[in-house]
Design a protein around this ligand. Sequence first.
Ligand code: AMP
Ligand code: ZN
Length: 136
Amino acid sequence: MGCVFCKIVRGELPAHKIYEDSETLAFLDIYPMTDGHTLVIPKLHAERLADLPPELAGKLFQTVQKVTARLTQALGAPAFNVGFNDGRAAGQAVPHLHFHIIPRFPGDGGGSLHSIIHKPNTRPLEEIHRLIAGSW
Ligand code: AMP
Ligand code: ZN
């Protein structure tokens, strides 16, 4: 398989690994947005969140939690933006699901998740709610 992150998992490409267990891996982003910018991935190849076996979701998020704690200890990071680009239209470039953990520091000049897009509502909340809510 040509997937870059699968190659890192298999040890075929180098990475600055931070944490690894049987199902997840965390390593430094090669083009960091801030010091300590880390990616957390499932070892199993899943392109999108929808492709991830649900039983791995908790495991993946546990690793995110572990790594943020380590980044606070090691770098003194007092805050983080944590998230992922799920799909090409959302900016996903590497087609293997990955959380970005971006350490944030007071006065670093960055924005929040709210700065990703500013599209005014095109439909009333009530209508959107009717479409989405329902029994699970
Ligand atoms: P995204 O746009 O969410 O798909 O982000 C992909 C991220 O992967 C970018 O931040 C890249 O800098 C990072 N990246 C790509 N290749 C590598 C690599 N070989 N090792 C570490 N990070 C990588
Ligand atoms: Zn992969």
